[in-house]
Design a protein around this ligand. Structure first.
Ligand code: CA
Length: 235
C-alpha cells in the first residue's frame, strides 16, 4: 500500500463526488474521480489506487463490467473494489462478490461508515500488515482483522454489533461520537432504531469489557468517546 492510501471514486453524481472527495481528504486519503465507465481502467492504471469506489449505474456503461475488467487485468486485479449501488438496484451481494468486489454499500450511505469499510478493505488487502491490525490500550487488546477482543489476555466474546460499536469508537478515538453518528455508522441508516438503543448497547459492551470498560467515556448530553488514556477527562 502507498503511504497515503489512494481512492479512485467512480461516480457520476457531482454532489456525491464532492461530498466523498471532501470527506476522504479529511480522513487522510488521496483521491481521483471519474464519472464515466470507459475512463476507469486507464485512470486506474495511471493513478494506481488502493481502492476503487464503484458506482454501478454509470451514464455510459455498467459498473459490473468495470468491476470485471478491473479484476481481470494484470495491472489492476490487486486493487480493492467497493461497489456502490442505489437502493432497489437489483444486484445482490452474491453477484457483487462473484464479480470480485471486496465490499458493497447501498445508497444512501453514511460517509463515516464508508470510510470504515475502506479502512477494513485496506487492512485485508495489506499482507505486510502496515495497517493497524491489532491495537492495544493498556489491558485492552483489539484484533481488528480477526474481530477478537482481549482484556488482560482473556478473550471477551462480543456480538458482531458490539464489535462494530467498539471498533467504530476506537477508529475515531479521543473524539466524541454522537448517538446519531453511532446509529448511522454501527446500525446503518436503513435501520429505524432509537438513540436509546445506543445507550443499551454501550452499557452491555462496558459490562463485557469489565475493567477495560473505562476506556469508553460518556459525554453528557452528546454521546460517547473512546479515550486512549482513560484517565484523560477530555471533551
Ligand atoms: Ca450513478
Amino acid at each position: 500500500m502507498s503511504q497515503t492510501p489512494r481512492v479512485l471514486i467512480v461516480e457520476d453524481e457531482p454532489d456525491l463526488v464532492r461530498l466523498l472527495e471532501f470527506n476522504l481528504h479529511e480522513a487522510g486519503f488521496e483521491t481521483r474521480s471519474v464519472g464515466r465507465a470507459t475512463e476507469v481502467l486507464k485512470l486506474a492504471t495511471v493513478f494506481e489506487p488502493d481502492v476503487v469506489l464503484l458506482d454501478l449505474m454509470l451514464p455510459d456503461g455498467s459498473g459490473t463490467d468495470v468491476c470485471r475488467a478491473l479484476k481481470s487485468g494484470a495491472a489492476t486485479r490487486q486493487i480493492s473494489v467497493i461497489i456502490v449501488t442505489a437502493r432497489g438496484e437489483e444486484i445482490d451481494r452474491v453477484v457483487g462478490f462473484e464479480l470480485g468486489a471486496d465490499d458493497y454499500v447501498t445508497k444512501p450511505f453514511s460517509v463515516r461508515e464508508l470510510i470504515l469499510r475502506i479502512r477494513a478493505v485496506l487492512r485485508r488487502s495489506d499482507p505486510e500488515g502496515t495497517a493497524e491490525d491489532v491495537i492495544t490500550f493498556g489491558r485492552l487488546k483489539v484484533d481488528l482483522t480477526a474481530h477478537r477482543v482481549y482484556v488482560d489476555g482473556a478473550e471477551v466474546v462480543l456480538t458482531a454489533l458490539e464489535f462494530r460499536l467498539l471498533s467504530t469508537l476506537i477508529d475515531r478515538r479521543n473524539r466524541v461520537q454522537s448517538r446519531d453518528a453511532l446509529l448511522a455508522d454501527v446500525w446503518g441508516l436503513q435501520m429505524h432504531v432509537e438513540t436509546r438503543t445506543v445507550d443499551t448497547h454501550i452499557k452491555r459492551l462496558r459490562e463485557k469489557l469489565g475493567v477495560a470498560g473505562e476506556y469508553i467515556h460518556t459525554v453528557r448530553g452528546v454521546g460517547y468517546r473512546f479515550a486512549s488514556d482513560p484517565s484523560d477527562p477530555g471533551g
